[in-house]
Write a protein that binds this ligand. Structure first.
Ligand SMILES: [Zn+2]
Length: 243
């Protein structure tokens, strides 16, 4: 490790556009921060061009404001192209370089198609899957700015769009209790004022209802759905069931 190696992050959440991870798992990220974990967000694109936005600078300022609301330690925007995001070798390497640099234990990635909305989300899922794999490959450091391999211990999917349909095979569904961070999640999303003007405020009702419905199914006030590609193991059954 060189002196320029940045501090390790516990968790990195990856979205296609600024606002994706806030919508999909903002409450979970705020909760992880509150528990003392070091959390980063990587947006694969700057989300530009897009309707309703005056330009990239404003989008970047909104993303930074949202990151501050959530309290995350790092937010980075990669220079991959919005609307033309594809699962290419170059995109996989770009993200894997960030994983090797920040060495997260857990990666949270987008986990579903979003029919009738941006196809970038589905591409982001494939890029993230591949970058998690690339991050640990040996004998290939020259592809990754000569950063050494890093094995990511766990990967989890978060869900955009309809939270109760279209998720990957539910091998390990997890509900995170976000009762105490739902308001912060919504405040972070409201930082994207250009993306969600008053005529789009129905989104907040949808997010609020989904979180409360999911929460009620588990006996808490509000929740977010995450999906593990592998069954989730608990080391402590009583802790898992009662805390
Ligand atoms: Zn998006």
């Amino acid at each position: 490790m060189t002196n320029s190696t940045p501090p390790q992050l516990d968790v990195i959440a990856v979205g296609a556009h600024p606002d994706d991870v806030e919508i999909a798992c903002g409450g979970t990220l705020a909760k992880l921060v509150d528990a003392g974990h070091r959390v980063g967000i990587i947006d694969l694109t700057d989300g530009e061009p897009t309707p309703l936005s005056p330009g990239p600078d404003m989008r970047l300022a909104e993303a930074q404001a949202a990151a501050e609301v959530l309290g995350v330690q790092l937010r980075r925007t990669l220079d991959l192209p919005n609307r033309r995001l594809f699962d290419t070798f170059e995109a996989r390497v770009k993200l894997a370089v960030e994983f090797r640099r920040y060495r997260p234990r857990l990666v949270i990635g987008l986990g579903d198609r979003t029919p009738m909305a941006s196809p970038d989300h589905w591409q982001a899922m494939q890029i993230t899957d591949a970058a998690v794999f690339y991050s640990r490959l040996t004998k290939w450091d020259d592809q990754f700015d000569h950063l050494p391999p890093h094995t990511i211990a766990r990967q989890i999917y978060c869900t955009l769009g309809q939270p109760l349909s279209g998720v990957p095979v539910p091998s390990g569904q997890l509900l995170v209790d976000i009762s105490d961070t739902l308001a912060r999640k919504e405040a972070a999303i409201r930082c994207y004022a250009t993306q969600f003007p008053p005529e789009k405020h129905i989104l907040f009702d949808r997010i609020d209802s989904s979180a409360r419905y999911l929460g009620r199914t588990a006996g808490v006030e509000a929740a977010e759905l995450l999906v593990s590609p592998r069954p989730v193991v608990t080391m402590d059954l009583m802790k898992a069931l009662f805390e």
